[in-house]
Design a protein around this ligand. Sequence first.
Ligand code: SF4
Ligand code: SF4
Length: 321
Amino acid sequence: MSSYSANTWTVSDYLKVGLKGMPQGCLGGIDVTYRCNLTCRHCYFMKQNHHHELSVTEWLARFEALKKQNFPFMICGWIGGEPLLRKELVEQGKRYFKSNVVFTNGTIDLPYWPDVTFSVSIHGTEHYYYEMTGAKPGTYQRIKKNVDRVDLDVVLAFCVTRLNYYCIEDMLEEWSKTAVKGIVFEFYTPMKGEGEGLWLNWEERDRIIDKLLALKEKYGRFIYVSDRVYRLMKSGPAQRITNNCPFPKIGFSYDPMGNPKFPCQLGPMADCSRCGCILPFYSTLLTHRSLLIPEFANSAYRTFVQAFTTRARPVSVQQLH
Ligand code: SF4
Ligand code: SF4
């Protein structure tokens, strides 16, 4: 296998994106492992019943093969399972991509990787966190200590469900006093025929989005999703977008064995008609240059797709994630 090297954004990359839009395979996710140390109530991944995973060597061989196919290696989300159970794979694999986001549950010490964004899933203040995850007592405070890092780029991911939406404002108040850069509030996506106990109906979701937009007056960009994306997530546009989700047209998704997943990381059982993930809405921006450019200009970004812009710095300043 040939050696690999750190990948970086160049001026030419930005020009290409500006002129031609985002290429096929520009962003996506890799399931680092089938294992996880939590059992969250809203988890889609464990329902996919993965029991095996490629070795690090096999993944690196896969990346080398993709290189030969001109795979763009732009934005990669390292998912799972709990990806930090396999730090070595992420450590080596992230060098292929220009931008990397590690989606972790925060229970394992964050490695010193200043070239990535950590998206730490904490779906509520302490009481609600335990409701959502069933984690052992003490876990919340341990995670809080673990992720409150000034030396790393850490954002929180909060999956809004019927169980935890009450604590959105308290969550903002509590975590805005820490070193984390902000919170991405997105909504629970049920699998087909499931999820009634967790899913919020459209009217409720619209009300919560309005509340998040209003809370931006106080918390500004600590609410880490742009107004434009939240407006797209409201009931009217949302259903039009997810009925013909743009993500599969530009994204990639691999399971722990390196098999492609369709239509996205959530797999074929995902109920697209009730999708609450920010991905289809960011993908809409990425596939419409007239929307993408103002999004860049507003710097209203971060997380997964947002990683693209947060890493938009000269290479000499920082290796890009
Ligand atoms: S931490 Fe993630 S992968 Fe693990 S159980 Fe929770 S939602 Fe599923
Ligand atoms: S709407 Fe898009 S992101 Fe959502 S579940 Fe369907 S394919 Fe996945």
